[in-house]
Write a protein that binds this ligand. Structure first.
Ligand SMILES: [Zn+2]
Length: 144
């Protein structure tokens, strides 16, 4: 039976993605990391723990990606069906900036500092028909 599952384990809470991204926090200096790291980038401490980073943030910077994504993020799209998509850095509540694909894909939809939220999208199906999921961010409020 096919099912939906994360493309990569450990990036976001599953099967309760509302809990958001999973990163790590250094117990010695408080530095956060995403994806989670076993040693702190700031102080080299090994004293890190997994931390829920939440599913909300603000748009720190962005660009429009006009090229097809490379493996392992390749999709079922072909050069004929590919449409450009947004890529940005989301500043999370803890202050960490996370690179993410964005649902919005035109400059008119994106403003630095706008509230963003995490959502899950299907990257592709594997050979068993399972839907492989990854996260992206989208505007927290629908624009009108
Ligand atoms: Zn540290």
């Amino acid at each position: 039976m096919s099912e939906a599952k994360p493309l990569h384990e450990g990036l976001f809470n599953w099967p309760d993605p509302a809990a958001g991204l999973i990163g790590s926090r250094c117990l010695d200096c408080g530095e956060h990391a995403f994806p989670s790291q076993s040693s702190c980038r700031a102080c080299s401490s090994q004293n890190t723990v997994l931390a829920d980073l939440g599913s909300a943030g603000t748009l720190w910077t962005w660009t429009i990606q006009s090229f097809m994504p490379k493996a392992p993020y390749d999709t079922d799209e072909t050069p004929e069906t590919f449409t450009p998509y947004g890529v940005g850095y989301i500043e999370l509540a803890c202050g960490l900036k996370v690179e993410s694909r964005l649902r919005e894909n035109t400059p008119e939809q994106l403003n630095i500092g706008m509230p963003m939220k995490m959502e899950l999208i299907t990257v592709r199906q594997n050979e068993d028909g399972d839907e492989l999921l990854t996260f992206q961010f989208c505007a927290a409020k629908e624009s009108h």
